[in-house]
Design a protein around this ligand. Structure first.
Ligand code: GTP
Ligand code: MG
Length: 205
């Protein structure tokens, strides 16, 4: 499936976030883990900038997603800056409180946090920190092990088992932007999260 996507905004300050409207899916993870690549793989175009140098994405970049034949966009993808690399983390972590924290804490339309971890690395403390934060903030999240193409079946199996042990409560799937492995399953989770947000709820206010 190919979707239509459009760049909306780059925000380095909460005042620059687009007015909350459609269900939003955020892509989070360490620098270089493959956040922008996952987005490009999902939409089928090189819309988000990727780089072999960590720290490519410095703002929250918002993209509208529309299905062919549908008159209006139905989803927003948010590509976030990465964390966890010593060289850039000081600089970027100084910026977090200004826009990433408000985004994760307050964004009313944020329906799912896709947390990317590198399947080739042992569990990272910075990932645990983020997952603990999301768990305690009641945000819906999904763990995605990236770059699975770099591992043999057996290595991948072990990596997934280790991740499950480390994060027993998390839903987990393996993904490769290179081969497209896990793409359909990730889309399924995303559509499900969006649907849950648009299902009318009874409200007392
Ligand atoms: P920052 O914006 O710097 O935080 O990085 P990011 O998480 O957006 O990573 P990005 O998508 O820019 O990818 C980083 C590097 O990993 C690039 O060189 C990609 O080509 C590579 N990469 C991403 N996904 C995959 C994958 O599934 N398989 C392989 N082999 N390489 C990948
Ligand atoms: Mg990026």
């Amino acid at each position: 499936m190919r979707v239509l996507s459009r760049f909306m905004a780059a925000a380095t300050d909460a005042a620059q976030f687009p007015v909350p409207s459609l269900p939003e899916i955020a892509f989070l993870g360490r620098s270089n883990v493959g956040k922008s690549s996952v987005i490009n793989s999902l939409v089928g175009t090189k819309m988000a900038r990727t780089s072999s140098t960590p720290g490519r994405t410095r703002s929250i970049n918002f993209f509208e997603i529309r299905w062919p034949g549908k008159p209006r966009p139905e989803l927003i993808f948010a590509d976030l800056p990465g964390y966890g690399y010593a060289k850039i983390s000081r600089e970027i972590s100084r910026e977090w409180p200004k826009f990433i924290e408000p985004y994760l804490n307050d964004r009313p339309t944020l329906g799912l946090c896709v947390v990317l971890v590198d399947a080739n690395l042992p569990p990272q403390p910075s990932d645990r920190q983020l997952l603990d934060f999301l768990g305690s903030s009641d945000r819906e999240f999904l763990l995605v092990a990236t770059k699975s193409d770099r591992l043999s079946n057996n290595q991948l199996h072990n990596a997934l088992r280790t991740l499950t042990q480390e994060h027993p409560a998390a839903r987990l799937l393996a993904f490769s932007a290179k081969t497209g492995a896990g793409r359909d399953e990730l889309w399924k989770h995303i559509r499900q999260a969006a649907q849950q947000m648009t299902t009318p709820e009874t409200s007392s206010g």
